[in-house]
Design a binder for this molecule. Structure first.
Ligand code: GLP
Length: 245
């Protein structure tokens, strides 16, 4: 994997924003895969600023978000959809009909996942998938497991993952849903290019295992080693565990 180590969180956000801006300049109708979480907040701030100053145009772009909590409607304040509205969608000229999300309040989660896979395929696949990473090596909501659910699927969340999402629920871990819908690792690996973003010391072990560890479903992000076009963009703190960097 191509690893880029930058000084700090700011430099990481700037570099990834530059990649998104360049992708859309080159291909205005690009299909973007987008993450939520603390990590991309500065990235989205850069993209909002770039849009406000006329440096990027989202009008022909399509987006697919990685995941959503099961049981939360799009307008629930803790939903990932609401997060995206706050940090990006409400501020840029993305066409509403080209914004795609897994529906957390579907009555048929399995069918909803099939619908999502079809929608991605119909859009021509994801050109650039941006990912964060969980402290346990999860991507999207693909948690460490003994096997792989390759396509989009309903997922049970680990206690640590629920804790790290508690901020969205006013710090109340018990309010974090136990289940979610997520793109699968296979969905992610079908993207033409992937950027994995990580910042801070809390991600150092996961980044080491992802980049220099065995390819294993115990560290879902390690499966990215199988993809030919993955760039890992990390700050010094998240890169601290890498040997020979
Ligand atoms: C969450 C999300 C992931 C995200 C990860 C890291 O649970 N489902 O898509 O990448 O955890 O989050 P953060 O950036 O807040 O550390």
């Amino acid at each position: 994997m191509n690893v880029r180590i930058l000084k700090d969180e700011k430099a990481v956000a700037r570099a990834v924003a530059a990649r998104v801006i360049a992708t859309l300049a080159d291909r205005p109708a690009a299909v973007l895969g987008l993450p939520t979480g603390r990590t991309p907040i500065q990235l989205y701030a850069h993209l909002r600023a770039a849009y406000a100053s006329g440096r990027v145009d989202f009008s022909k772009a399509t987006t697919f978000n990685l995941d959503e909590f099961l049981g939360l409607a799009p307008d629930h304040p803790a939903s990932y959809r609401a997060f995206m509205e706050t940090h990006l969608f409400a501020h840029v000229n993305l066409s509403r009909r080209r914004i795609h999300f897994l529906n957390g309040v579907t009555s048929d989660p399995a069918a909803e996942c099939v619908r999502y896979e079809k929608a991605i395929a119909r859009a021509g696949g994801i050109d650039l998938q941006i990912l964060g990473i969980g402290g346990n090596g999860h991507i999207g909501f693909n948690e460490p497991a003994s096997g792989l659910l390759s396509d989009s699927h309903p997922a049970r969340l680990e206690p640590g993952t629920r804790r790290s999402n508690a901020d969205l629920f006013g710090g109340r871990v018990e309010a974090v849903p136990r289940e979610a819908l997520s793109m699968g690792v296979g969905t992610i690996l079908r993207s033409k290019a992937v950027i994995l973003v990580a910042t801070g010391a809390g991600k150092a072990d996961a980044i080491k295992a992802t980049v220099q560890g065995l390819v294993t479903t115990r560290v879902p992000a390690s499966l990215l080693q199988l993809h030919g076009a993955v760039e890992v963009v990390v700050d010094e703190a998240a890169a601290a565990g890498l040997v020979g960097r």
